[in-house]
Unconditional design. Structure first.
Length: 42
């Protein structure tokens, strides 16, 4: 039996900057759909 070592990244990627304009657009899209349970995928 052989074990496989899984290496994990040592550095975190840069966070995504979510502007006020982008937040407003997402809010508009959610309101347009009429479903407040919708989530944003990136």
């Amino acid at each position: 039996m052989s074990a496989v070592a899984e290496s994990l990244p040592t550095e975190m990627p840069e966070p995504i900057l979510f502007t006020d304009s982008a937040a407003a657009k997402v809010a508009d899209l959610i309101a347009e759909e009429g479903n407040p349970d919708l989530k944003l995928r990136v």
